[in-house]
Design a protein around this ligand. Structure first.
Ligand SMILES: Nc1nc2c(c(=O)[nH]1)N[C@H]1C(S)=C(S)[C@@H](COP(=O)(O)OP(=O)(O)OC[C@H]3O[C@@H](n4cnc5c(=O)[nH]c(N)nc54)[C@H](O)[C@@H]3O)O[C@H]1N2
Ligand SMILES: Nc1nc2c(c(=O)[nH]1)N[C@H]1C(S)=C(S)[C@@H](COP(=O)(O)OP(=O)(O)OC[C@H]3O[C@@H](n4cnc5c(=O)[nH]c(N)nc54)[C@H](O)[C@@H]3O)O[C@H]1N2
Ligand SMILES: [Mo]
Length: 759
């Protein structure tokens, strides 16, 4: 069995460049899936494990949050889901001997890829103050250390409790309960960097901060607009849904600065047709400039308003608020300005309008291409205006579809992982558990970094994730985290956040979702919520990676007992014994979860209520769906500079790097590449294959530099560039965030290219 770590140390980054692909999946994807799975798990384990993914009696894929269809294939996973599973089910191990061999300074010099490839963490580990080696520690002592540091704080608000979106509903509910009983709302989570802009914009305009469509709606749509999303890599199972929609007659417009292979053509490996030509998905490709979406939708809205009979007047009258003010702003939309902002032609926009007017049922899907900009929230509000105009919310085949990232990021929010909790949620907690939760708002991700930087926060605890690599302004953030008294990570795999630490540090190894979870009350399952609000069970089947692992719920329960002691009103022991007891409490606190245990026992689970989708009821401040009329904004880039977006390759899951290829974009064996339009590259005097430093320019005057990127001439929109995250997070200023949502603007960084010294 091949369980050797990859060669090279750190792994050599030497990009080779080929023609980009024009279709996704197909047989090559099947081949890659099997190879990756075999390398990490061996043949037998690979086969047994992959067949349990997303089955009604198996575990939820730890990859993306795309929902499972009702009629499942025997293989209801995709190439990238298989990679996510293989990463977790790997046979490689990071043991106490590993930490004895490798000092923290040694590990800090390795690449994130190398760290992740070392395998699963097997023991709780402790880094004492001043030491350079982690040493094994008992669970009891680990919890003592956390309790000691928390007890030394002059306020619970000096502690920060971060969550990444793989955490189950049960663990998330307990975690927020613990933080609030301790006395803080400092509950930043990965959502702050992800779909926070969608949540903010949707809550304000339609009254629910979640998507309003189910899979059936996609199948019934006449028109699907996919804006700012790369499903071929990040939500591959969505391609099957788009294929089905097309078979039912839907048309698709993609709005993206890059031509993404998955949106061009899908070769479904589960159909005979997919093994030959596949299905063309996109009917109209709008190759937009980065950040031009608000201007595009605003002009489309003007054109709809100006077309007699195009506005659904009855819907607007009966269900909306603010139409007149919005319509006045929309009528002022200017063609020339829109063409500048978007880089599109008049003919393209008119063609899009024709398709929009011909559609009775329209869905708009989006992801990070819309959410990670300074004006992300007004952009998404404009998408809502667009749908409201033609009554496209709250009826079959139509609606908003923000496609979530982490497999349970939406559920974590539903369970109360929010730094600005709704008073009604806190009231329900208080009634159920009999303590008074804090009411002041806590820190989100960016504010937590500032608090660490300024010495306001002293204890940093993370339930999953890789905080220092995923967050912006790497040098600032790493220095901030190093000021903490204690950093604690509940993790499955080694990552950068374990080696950039506070004065003391702990690694608490936990079960992955693929693994069997046995507690005193017997074998347990957990639950998750997908991107469309469907809640279902996930039951691990593999033997745990080590006998020393605790589940996330068990870790939170033991931590809470140790930290809160006698003063706690919560039956932590009972919760650890049997997760059904946690679900009984969730049922009483969180709306939509009534009778939770019974309903989640049904195969496929249940769908949470969604007032706009189910009853065309909009629980906003006005009691109606709100049109909004923000001024149009788009990034203005000085001469000789490019607008850089930081995105994912096909071989990574956020900060977890699976490999060094980005197959669809024709990149192999390297990640330090920058994609630039050939005409821009020529104007800037940078040849294909030359090496440049990316130098960020931001109003604070600080120079941020990411050295040594190979230039790749690539057909992106003019004036734009693209490079992979997390390597480019060093370029994203901490204060460059979206209005309202405070999400780092990691898709629009102004950069100049400088020839690398080494070139
Ligand atoms: N395999 C795999 N799956 C994943 C992940 C992963 O890393 N790997 N990550 C998960 C997570 S947490 C998330 S949030 C999702 C992310 O899913 P995506 O949002 O698809 O991820 P990104 O790679 O950031 O891609 C952003 C897309 O938006 C486009 N874009 C950039 N700027 C703009 C713009 O201004 N306007 C428009 N219209 N388009 C723009 C880019 O060209 C790109 O196609 O995927 C989830 N699934
Ligand atoms: N520049 C730039 N920055 C970005 C983005 C971008 O597009 N550009 N995207 C942002 C987005 S959308 C997101 S969601 C964030 C992601 O931010 P995070 O969620 O913090 O990062 P991940 O890389 O997903 O976390 C990976 C780590 O999670 C741990 N892990 C994996 N599975 C489990 C589990 O089951 N339990 C526990 N306890 N731990 C587990 C492993 O130790 C692994 O190393 O990054 C954001 N940062
Ligand atoms: Mo995300």
């Amino acid at each position: 069995m091949a369980t050797k770590p990859p060669q090279g140390d750190p792994v050599q980054d030497a990009p080779e460049v080929f023609e980009p692909k024009h279709a996704a999946a197909g047989l090559p994807a099947v081949g890659h899936t099997l190879r990756v799975a075999r390398q990490q798990m061996g043949v037998r384990r690979a086969a047994l494990t992959l067949l349990r993914v997303n089955q009604k009696d198996g575990f939820d894929c730890p990859g993306c949050a795309w929902p499972e269809p009702d009629h499942r294939h025997r293989a209801e996973f995709c190439e990238n889901g298989a990679k996510a599973v293989a990463e977790e089910a790997t046979l490689r191990r990071v043991t106490p001997e590993f930490f004895a061999r490798h000092s923290v300074s040694d590990l800090a010099a390795r690449s994130g890829y190398w760290l992740g490839q070392q395998g699963r963490l097997t023991h709780p580990m402790y880094l004492p103050e001043g030491a350079d080696h982690y040493e094994p520690v008992t669970w009891e002592r680990a919890f003592d250390i956390v309790a000691q540091e928390i007890a030394a704080l002059d306020s619970p608000d000096r502690a920060v409790f971060y969550t990444s979106g793989r955490t189950s509903n049960e663990a998330a509910f307990l975690y927020q309960l613990f933080a609030r009983e301790l006395g803080t709302n400092n509950l930043p989570d990965c959502s702050n960097m992800c779909h926070e802009s969608s949540g903010s914009a949707l809550a304000e305009t339609i009254g629910v901060g979640k998507g309003s469509v189910l899979l059936e709606d996609l199948y019934r749509a006449d028109l699907i607009i996919v804006a700012g999303q790369n499903p071929g890599t990040n939500h591959p199972r969505m391609l099957s849904a788009l294929e089905k929609a097309k078979a039912n007659g839907a048309r698709i417009i993609s709005v993206n600065p890059l031509p993404e292979a998955g949106l061009e053509r899908f070769k479904n490996p589960q159909t005979p047709r997919g093994l030959t030509g596949g299905t063309a998905l996109t009917d109209l490709f709008l190759q937009i400039r980065i950040g031009g979406d608000q201007a595009l939708f605003r002009l489309l809205n003007r054109l709809i308003i100006e077309t007699p009979g195009a506005v659904d007047e009855e819907f607007v009258r009966e269900h909306t608020h603010g139409y007149e003010e919005f319509a006045a702003a929309a009528r002022a939309a200017d063609w020339d300005e829109t063409l500048t902002a978007t880089g599109l032609t008049r003919a393209q926009i008119e063609e899009a309008l024709g398709m929009i007017l011909a559609s009775e049922r329209t869905v708009v899907c989006w992801a990070m291409g819309l959410t990670q900009h300074k004006h992300a929230v007004p952009t998404i509000r404009e998408v809502v205006n667009f749908l409201l105009l033609r009554g496209n919310i709250g009826r079959p085949g139509a609606g908003v579809c923000p496609v979530r990232g982490h497999s349970n990021v939406q559920g974590d929010r539903t369970m109360g992982i929010v730094e600005r909790p709704a008073p009604a949620f806190l009231d329900a907690l208080e009634k159920e558990f009999g303590f008074a939760p804090p009411r002041e708002h806590g820190y989100d991700v960016v504010r937590a970094i500032r608090a660490l930087r300024d010495g306001e926060a002293k204890v940093f605890f993370a339930l999953g994730g890789n905080f220092v690599a995923a967050t912006p302004d790497t040098s600032v953030t790493e220095a901030a985290v190093r000021r903490a008294r204690l950093t604690v990570h509940v993790s499955t795999k080694l990552n950068r956040s374990h080696v950039v630490t506070g004065a003391r540090a702990l690694i608490l190894p936990t079960l992955g979702r693929t693994e069997r979870d046995v507690q005193a009350g017997g074998e347990q399952f957990v639950t998750v919520e997908d991107s469309m609000g469907v809640v279902h069970a996930s039951r691990g089947t593999l033997e745990p990676a080590s006998p020393h692992l605790l589940s996330e719920p068990a870790i939170v329960c033991r931590l809470a007992r140790r930290v809160l002691g006698e003063r706690s009103r919560v039956p932590w022991e009972e919760f650890e014994r049997d997760y059904a007891a946690i679900r009984d409490r969730i049922a009483r606190v969180v709306p939509g979860f009534e009778d939770f245990n019974a309903r989640v026992a049904r195969p496929g689970g249940f769908t949470l209520p969604h007032a706009p989708r189910d009853e065309r009821r909009f629980p906003t401040a006005t009691g109606r769906a709100n049109f909004t009329a923000a001024p149009v904004e788009y990034p203005k880039v000085p001469e000789g500079r490019l607008l850089l977006q930081t995105l994912r390759s096909h071989d990574q899951y956020n900060t977890t790097i699976y490999g060094l290829d980005d197959r669809y974009r024709g990149i192999r064996n390297g990640r330090r590449v920058v994609l630039v339009h050939p005409d821009d590259a020529r104007a800037l005097g940078v040849a294909d294959g030359s090496y440049v430093d990316l130098v960020g320019e931001w109003s604070d005057g600080v120079e941020r530099r990411a050295p040594g990127f190979r230039v790749v001439h690539y057909p992106t929109a003019r004036g734009c560039a693209a490079a992979y995250y997390p390597e480019t997070n060093v370029l994203v200023p901490l204060d460059a965030t979206a209005e309202v949502s405070n999400t780092p603007a990691s898709k629009s960084v102004v950069v100049r290219l400088e020839q690398s010294a080494t070139d």
